[in-house]
Design a protein around this ligand. Structure first.
Ligand code: SF4
Length: 343
């Protein structure tokens, strides 16, 4: 562990670097806890560049928790469509409604942590950035930075390992400006202390980094639990008839994307007559990797749970991410146009 004077040096170097080198991201222009909370929830499973336009549109349409609380669900989901993991949007709204009932955005770590969909990381981020509360964040970037600076081979995939690094991150935290410190740690991990190719030569804390001194940067952090990816092949059908397309809607109580519209698979409509293969795309959900084939097919005998919907109509519906990807393939094949132009 670093000595107290080294910790102070670490904090000062990190902060000076962050203030001069940080990326200009829209959520960094605000200290509004609501805006920070929305950005943190969006960034949970979404890359920064992909999240920016969603964040801006979301804040335009739902500028505060009161607006979010009364938003129609279809509109909420339409603003989230493409980001995936839709339970995040539903939890945001659920939390916004409970905030409206209480009257104010929660201002303690415990109260922020008690909101639906908010875990330790998000609570620490909102508490520190929005309220200057001294709580250290711990995400993949911070694990990497801390384990390398300390040259610490404790396994981060074990509960004990997480607690161990949480304790160290807490000791490194700059209590004068915890929000900026947390953002600086994450920024360093995201832009300099990279997983495969850490940029040690330009790193502001390279003089204090024990892994650099030992030449062990690439071996850290230690994560023993291997992630197994399951591969699966699936087929969705594009079935058109007189300018309308066959889709089905997930049940409102469904665990996965409730209320969203999907293109049918054999499970819904059996095996229709195939006209042509239009293309394929990949889609991953946690440890599942799917390869979807998009097939243009003839009208089946029955439509099962599906409904016929006009092409213009489906553009305004909350479509699942896979349905949107399939629709792009259909558009590329020129089929969307022919359907829209049909009598
Ligand atoms: S010196 Fe290298 S390994 Fe150490 S914190 Fe900086 S970038 Fe990471």
């Amino acid at each position: 562990m670093l000595q107290q004077d080294q910790i102070l040096e670490f904090q000062a170097l990190l902060l000076a670097w962050y203030r001069s080198a940080k990326r200009d991201l829209p959520w960094r222009r605000s200290r509004d806890p609501y805006a920070i909370w929305v950005s943190e929830i969006m960034l949970q499973q979404t890359r920064v560049a992909a999240a920016i336009p969603y964040y801006e549109r979301f804040l335009d349409r739902f500028p505060d928790f009161a607006a979010l609380a009364i938003a129609p669900e279809s509109e909420l989901l339409a603003h989230w469509a493409g980001l995936g993991y839709y339970y995040r949007a539903r939890n945001l709204q659920k939390a916004a409604r409970s905030i409206v009932e209480k009257g104010n955005f929660p201002s303690t770590y415990a109260d922020i942590r008690s909101l639906p969909g908010v875990g330790n990381y998000t609570a620490a981020a909102v508490a520190s950035i929005g309220f200057d509360l001294p709580h250290a964040v711990l995400d993949g970037n911070v694990f990497r930075v801390v384990s390398r600076v300390m040259n610490d081979f404790t396994d981060i995939s074990l509960t004990g390992g997480k607690l161990h690094f949480a304790e160290i991150a807490g000791r490194l935290l700059n209590r004068d400006c915890p929000g900026e410190h947390n953002q600086a740690m994450m920024e360093l991990g995201a832009t300099v202390c990279l997983p495969r190719n850490p940029q040690c030569l330009v790193c502001p804390i390279n003089g204090l980094c024990a892994a650099k001194a030992a030449g062990a940067q690439q071996d850290l952090p230690v994560k023993s639990k291997a992630v197994r990816t399951l591969e699966e092949h699936r087929t969705v059908f594009w079935i058109e008839q007189q300018g309308r397309v066959l889709l089905w809607q997930r049940d409102a109580a469904s665990r996965l994307m409730p209320g969203f519209w999907e293109l049918p698979e054999a499970e819904q409509i059996g095996q229709p007559d195939v006209i042509a293969t239009l293309g394929s795309f990949r889609h991953s959900i946690t440890f599942h990797s799917y390869r979807f084939e998009v097939i243009r097919a003839a009208t089946p005998g029955g439509t099962g749970p599906c409904r016929w919907l006009g092409v213009d109509e489906i553009a305004k519906l909350p479509l699942s991410t896979t349905a949107r990807k399939a629709r792009r393939i259909v558009a590329k094949a020129g089929i969307l146009h022919s359907v829209a132009a049909a009598p």
